[in-house]
Design a protein around this ligand. Structure first.
Ligand code: T4K
Length: 413
């Protein structure tokens, strides 16, 4: 990459085409076509078809659980898992997550109680969880953010002591382990996402996994309108079924999973090499003694050292067509309806607030290679050298999609 002159107007970005964070990894397309032809020949498109069943067996054996119930997406999977676990009243959940974790509670009238996170793992802080328990609390939802596991033992201990249900949103964590045990077998249930942006993907899809037979039975019924056999409705239910086509895409993605992990791991190390000398830019580490999917390359930016804020780095990268993301800014507690209902959550979540201003996720996956990562490294080097100039060019903070509310007076009853 030639030296960038940040004063030059109308210069071309470093990349002609945008580099995305969530570019899908694609399995063997010929195999997908073959499976889809077979689906048409069988004329069986949904409702527990053989391809979905094969997909469920593969997922269950990959993570070592008794039951895998494939669903149309992880959001509906979370809704069903919460309902099947009997969650109601208040449920403790992080705000530093994709909004779906929380909406799936609110959708069924359950009040999310936002809990702060551990600064190292970016996951639920068990001490804060315990402080938030009231007589209305029925459960805890942990999120294995970036595929890095929650402090599962501490959360299980709290759940046991207070008789709470524990569900994990494992949308990011397929193929990851904790203490040598695959994620999927913890808590009452865990929910994976196989959305297009996940490293193993169906396009749209998800799975609820559990070792609990009764829970699995309830999920199976709720996933299909509450049916237990033909014409027999035994519970409230929805339509959360996965149909045959995404399962076909998912099976070929599962087959290629080890290759995708290798690529992600290679990219992660390439980023570490390319960015190691940039002051204030730290890549969140993966525990290399565990299994990881290395799906997300997450920067923790110390703006005092880097001399550019996270939002300035974002603008620098976007100008070069590197479409980095500020996941999960501004935090679910700052989104509606949560922000209006609980304006003081901001004060309760100092670590969440700080992390949300520091994090930047970089493109990875099979659409990105070492050459692109070296160029991204060059962009960082040159921008770091030109930090003084860039600070005048790019605002330190991009406007918040929502501003914190001033404390409001409650209406008299
Ligand atoms: N829990 C957690 C912790 C989650 O992160 C998610 C989903 C869920 C639950 C719910 O899972 P699902 O119900 O979706 O199964 C994306 C995804 O839509 C969402 O699935 C994902 N998390 C979240 C982290 O990322 P956005 O709003 O960032 O999507 P979007 O459209 O901006 O796409 C991201 C990038 O990927 C873009 O730069 C374009 C690129 N892309 C996207 C798609 C769909 C492609 O190149 N090709 C594609 O097909 O939410």
């Amino acid at each position: 990459m030639k030296k960038t002159n940040y004063s030059e107007h109308n210069r071309l970005p470093a990349f002609a085409e945008p580099l995305h964070v969530g570019r899908p990894n694609i399995g063997d397309v010929a195999e997908i076509h073959r499976r889809i032809d077979e689906i048409f020949q069988r004329r069986w498109l949904s409702n527990d078809g053989v391809v979905v069943q094969e997909f469920e067996r593969e997922v269950a054996s990959t993570v070592g659980v008794k039951h895998c119930l494939a669903v149309c997406n992880a959001t509906v999977g979370l809704e069903i898992a919460y309902k099947a676990a009997g969650l109601s009243g208040e449920v403790i959940v992080p705000a530093n997550t994709f909004v779906a974790t929380v909406h799936a509670l609110q959708w069924q009238g359950i009040t999310p109680i936002f809990c702060d996170i551990d600064p190292h793992t970016h996951n639920l802080d068990p001490d804060h969880v315990e402080e938030l328990i009231t007589d209305k609390t029925t459960g805890i939802v942990g999120v294995h953010l970036w595929g890095r596991p929650c402090q599962v033992a501490a959360l299980e201990d709290i759940a046991d002591r207070y008789d709470l249900r524990l569900i994990f949103d494992a949308a990011h964590a397929f193929g990851c382990s904790l203490d040598g045990r695959m994620i999927g077998g913890f808590g009452t249930a865990e929910v994976f996402s196989f959305h297009a942006t996940k490293f193993v993907s169906c396009g749209e899809g998800g799975a609820i996994v559990t070792n609990d037979d009764d829970f699995a039975t309830r999920v199976r019924q709720m996933r299909s309108f509450g049916f237990k056999g033909s014409d027999n409705i035994v519970s409230v239910g929805t339509n959360g079924k996965m149909c045959e086509f995404p399962a076909a895409v998912g099976l070929s993605s599962l087959k290629a999973m080890n290759d995708f992990v290798k690529t992600n791991e290679c990219n992660y190390h390439a980023y570490k090499r390319a960015l190691s000398h940039i002051p204030g830019i730290n890549i969140l580490p993966y525990d290399l003694l565990e299994r990881n999917n290395f799906q997300y390359v997450v920067l923790d930016i110390d703006e005092n050292e880097s001399r550019l804020s996270r939002d300035q780095w974002l603008q620098v990268l976007h100008a070069e067509n590197v479409l980095a993301r500020r996941y999960f800014f501004p935090g679910v507690h700052r989104m509606e309806p949560y922000r209006t209902r609980d304006p003081f959550a901001i004060r309760r979540l100092p670590v969440t607030e700080s992390i949300l201003k520091r994090v930047l996720v970089l493109p990875s996956g099979t659409a990105v290679g070492t050459a692109e990562i070296e160029t991204i490294g060059e962009i960082f080097s040159q921008a770091s050298e030109s930090a003084a100039k860039l600070r005048t060019q790019f605002p330190a903070m991009l406007p918040l999609p929502t501003q914190p509310l001033a404390p409001q007076k409650r209406k008299a009853a």
